[in-house]
Design a protein around this ligand. Sequence first.
Ligand code: GDP
Length: 295
Amino acid sequence: MAFEGLADKLQNVFRKLTGKGKLSEADIKVAMREVKLALLEADVNFLVVKKFIKSVSEKAVGQTVLESLTPGQEVIRIVRDEMTQLLGGSLSDIKIASNPPTVILMAGLQGAGKTTMCGKLGKYFLKKGKTPMLVACDIYRPAAIQQLKVVGEQAGVPVFEMGQEKPYKIYQAALKEARKNGNDMLILDTAGRLHIDEEMMAELKRLRDEAQPTETLLVIDAMTGQDAVNAAKAFNEEVELTGVILTKVDGDTRGGAALSVREVTGKPIKFVGVGEKLTDIELFHPDRMTSRILG
Ligand code: GDP
């Protein structure tokens, strides 16, 4: 189960805090050291942990907490609030273009779950009354185009492809097709490499400049922890993301990516993938994620 180790450790710290009655500054210091260790072991970015602990500590040693009748509960409340803030505070929904079509550019490293997520989003928005079309701009792997077609068929969403044509040209043609058929949303699947490289970024930028997307979303695999966060940082510097989608949150992730990516990139997590089926997609609610971690 995702976040299991982190959840266990934090709940253990909390049990000790609430079992004590009155708390001293020293008690809080000990607890904060334990929270810090638990976060680092969960692969949360070091600078993010440092900032988080500083902020919680400052609030937790205040007079109102120490003199309250249930100081342990107060400290837990502070950790809960800070963690929700760290995850973005509140829900950040997908922006819909006032002048359709809404264009969603999907980026990410190979294997992150991008193609699957295109299908999930297509199905999600179809259910919401939109008429999405998936566009195959991953031109390097014929298998990728085929995979998008399969996913589109499962989702009941049309797929536009032009084989190995340049992605920005594929987009231009897809836009024409969308106008003709009344599709009000284009979801662009792009090429992902195992590592970020210049050619991939240049192609992505060319496509972005042409498409002027409403949303540029990076799909990252929650299981890959700090690597995912570093990739997010690099992509954001190159193509200016508007948000992040975390996949494989159903897996055995320690939590590092989920807890770091917002702070490191400044971009909100918009959706999470929670399984391989096309219905395994959820809007990202920071408070619910906090509850999942803190119990
Ligand atoms: P892409 O290379 O980024 O397009 O990745 P794919 O969409 O091909 O996905 C790679 C693998 O991850 C596939 O086997 C998917 O079934 C799987 N996958 C994608 N999203 C999820 C998810 O949310 N949970 C789980 N458990 N597997 C996922």
